[in-house]
Design a protein. Structure first.
Length: 345
C-alpha cells in the first residue's frame, strides 16, 4: 500500500521548503532596503525601478513648473515667441530673462526635468543665472538622480550576478547509493561542475534531518544532525575539476547505523541534505548548492559507474552516465549487524 511521502525540507534544486508566516516585525525588512530590493521578484524590481525614475521626474517637473510660475516665466513665454512685427504692435520687446528658457507649460517643465536628471541636454532649455532657487534645484536634482541610479543599477547588477546562478551548473546525482567500500557500508553520492571555471576552496557537508524526541518528551520536528563524510582527497575540502563520489562511512556514530534495505523505505521521516560551498573563480562571490535525498531516493546495493576516461592524452568526462548505477554484491543487513558478524569471525 502506497504510503504518504513526507514533505521535503530541501528540494532537489536546493530550494528550502519553508514558509514564513505571521511575521509581526515587518519593519525590519525596510531597515535593509537594498537587500529587500534584491530579494524581490523581477517584475516587482522592474516596477520599482521604473516608478522611482518616473516619480522623481514628475516631482522635479512640478518643482520647475512652480519656479517658472512664481517668476512669471509662463506669462512672458507667449510674448517672447512673438514676431518682430507683433512686438512692435504691442510696444516693442522687453528685456525679461526667465529662470529656465523655453518653459511654456508643465509638459515642457517635465521634459526639462528628464534632461537634467539623465543629462541628455538637447540644448533647447537651459537654466539662467536669474534665479538662485533654480540653480539650487538643479544641484539637488542631480544629486537625487545619482543616488537613484546607484541604488537601482546596483540592485539590478546584484540580481543578475547572484551566487545561486552559479550553483545552477553544480549538479548532484539524482539518487544516492549504499554499498560496500573497503569492507564497510558507505552512503555515496556524486557531485560535479559543468563549467570549466573552478569553484575555489570548495567544501561539502551532509546533514540528516528527521523528527526526533528527547528524553524529556520534547519533539523536534526538524532536527539537523551533522554526519561525518569522506571524499577522495580527505577532509571536507574537494578539488572539483571532475565529478567526484562523496561518501559517508556508516559506523556506530552514524544516524544510518541501524538502517537495513528492509526498513530503509519505512523511514519516511529520513532526509539527507548535501551542501556544497565555495568561491566562484571568475567573480570571487561565495556560492552554495544544495540538494537532498529521501529514503526512496537511496538505492541499496548499487554503485556509480565510472565516467572519467583518458582519451588522446587528456581526461574526458561523459556526463550522460553521471547518475548511472550498477548492482554490486552488498549485505542485506545493517552496519551494526555487519560489524558484529566481523567481530565474531
Amino acid at each position: 500500500r502506497a504510503r504518504e511521502r513526507r514533505a521535503r525540507f530541501v528540494g532537489k534544486n536546493g530550494a528550502c521548503n519553508v514558509a514564513h508566516k505571521n511575521i509581526r516585525e515587518q519593519g525590519r525588512f525596510l531597515q535593509d532596503v537594498f537587500t529587500t530590493l534584491v530579494d524581490l521578484k523581477w517584475p516587482h524590481t522592474l516596477l520599482i525601478f521604473t516608478m522611482s525614475f518616473l516619480c522623481s521626474w514628475l516631482l522635479f517637473g512640478m518643482v520647475w513648473w512652480l519656479i517658472a510660475f512664481a517668476h512669471g516665466d509662463l506669462d512672458h513665454s507667449t510674448r517672447l515667441q512673438r514676431s518682430p512685427r507683433e512686438e512692435e504692435a504691442v510696444g516693442g520687446p522687453d528685456n525679461f530673462v526667465p529662470c529656465v528658457t523655453s518653459i511654456h507649460s508643465f509638459t515642457s517643465a517635465f521634459l526639462f526635468s528628464i534632461e537634467v536628471q539623465v543629462t541628455i541636454g538637447f540644448g533647447g532649455r537651459m537654466v539662467t543665472e536669474e534665479c538662485p532657487a533654480a540653480i539650487l534645484v538643479l544641484i539637488v536634482q542631480n544629486i537625487v538622480g545619482l543616488v537613484i541610479n546607484a541604488i537601482m543599477l546596483g540592485c539590478i547588477f546584484m540580481k543578475t550576478s547572484q551566487a545561486h546562478r552559479r550553483a545552477e551548473t553544480l549538479i548532484f546525482s539524482k539518487h544516492a547509493v549504499i554499498a560496500l567500500r573497503e569492507g564497510k557500508l558507505c552512503f555515496m553520492l556524486r557531485v560535479g561542475d559543468l563549467r570549466k571555471s573552478m569553484i575555489i576552496s570548495a567544501t561539502i557537508r551532509m546533514q540528516v534531518v528527521k523528527k526526533t524526541a528527547s528524553l524529556e518528551g520534547e519533539v523536534v520536528p526538524l532536527n539537523q544532525i551533522d554526519i561525518q563524510m569522506e571524499n577522495p582527497v580527505g577532509g571536507n575540502s574537494i578539488f572539483l575539476v571532475s565529478p567526484l563520489i562523496i561518501y559517508h562511512v556508516i559506523d556506530k556514530n552514524s544516524p544510518l547505523y541501524d538502517i537495513s534495505p528492509l526498513n530503509l523505505h519505512h523511514h519516511e521521516d529520513l532526509e539527507i541534505i548535501v551542501i556544497l560551498e565555495g568561491v566562484v573563480e571568475t567573480t570571487g562571490i561565495t556560492t552554495q548548492a544544495r540538494t537532498s535525498y529521501l529514503a526512496d531516493e537511496i538505492l541499496w546495493g548499487q554503485r556509480f559507474v565510472p565516467i572519467v576516461a583518458e582519451e588522446d592524452g587528456r581526461y574526458s568526462v561523459d556526463y550522460s552516465k553521471f547518475g548511472n548505477t550498477v548492482k554490486v554484491p552488498t549485505p542485506s543487513c545493517t552496519a551494526r549487524q555487519l560489524e558484529e558478524d566481523k567481530s565474531i569471525m
